[in-house]
Design a protein around this ligand. Structure first.
Ligand code: E4P
Length: 218
């Protein structure tokens, strides 16, 4: 399973990359705004800075919502770096844009997916990734993980190449359960990745080993 980090913060991206387990980055307009990145030139420079840290798979989202504008914005984003994956919302023109950009050899990530039907459409249009938002579904009392299970099953039934990118991950159990289900990718904030390190028995065991070693070695 691939690990993506869901942030536009360069320090967090570098820290996750340095851990040696990072396969990519997802951003969205809210995450870019959180970093105070505004204006086309600055936005493009920030995407380039992210690409310079990681090896591949940097999702950059279009702002446009009509077909023609999504195509030109998508092409401009893809021109920034070969590592860019153009993120397109699950709307009618978005599906058309995914189909078009895919035919042009540009990788896409279909975002804001909340149902299996939407995921099926994204795969048929040729999306490289589909992003179901599990945390936001859980927030409104729908089972986000069940959606991941459904999509994995459907893609498996028909051999779709689209990778399931579980997004809106809130905690480590989401991540581990996505791995059990067979999600291809998870994207989450840095603290979810680093929280995977934690276990009290690891801390206790290490403390004991070091104390026993010190007893005889001084
Ligand atoms: C996915 O690509 C989105 O950026 C993201 O996972 C949304 O997560 P949130 O619900 O925590 O905003």
């Amino acid at each position: 399973m691939k690990f993506f980090i869901d942030t536009a913060n360069l320090k967090d991206i570098q820290e996750a990359y340095d851990l040696g387990v990072l396969d990519g980055v997802t951003t969205n307009p809210s995450l870019m705004a959180k970093e105070g990145i505004a204006g086309e030139e600055n936005v493009n420079a920030h995407y380039k800075a992210i690409c310079n840290i990681v090896d591949n798979n940097v999702s950059a989202e279009v702002i446009a919502t009509d077909f023609e504008a999504m195509i030109s914005e998508g092409k401009a984003l893809a021109d920034i770096d070969d590592k860019i994956v153009v993120k397109i919302p699950m709307i009618k023109d978005g599906v058309k844009a995914i189909k078009y950009l895919t035919s042009e050899g540009i990788r896409t990530n279909c975002t804001l997916v909340f149902s299996a039907g939407q995921a099926l459409l994204a795969a048929k249009a040729g999306a490289s990734y589909v992003s179901p938002f599990i945390g936001r579904l859980d927030d409104i009392s729908f089972d986000g993980l069940q959606l991941i299970e459904q999509i994995v099953q459907i893609y498996d039934n028909y051999g779709f190449d689209t990778e399931v990118l579980a997004a809106s991950i809130r905690h480590t159990m989401h991540l581990v359960q996505c791995a059990e289900i067979g999600s291809d990718v998870v994207t989450c904030p840095l603290n979810v990745i680093t929280s995977l390190l934690n276990h009290p028995l690891t801390d206790k065991g290490l403390e004991q080993f070091l104390a026993d070693h010190a007893k005889v070695n001084g």
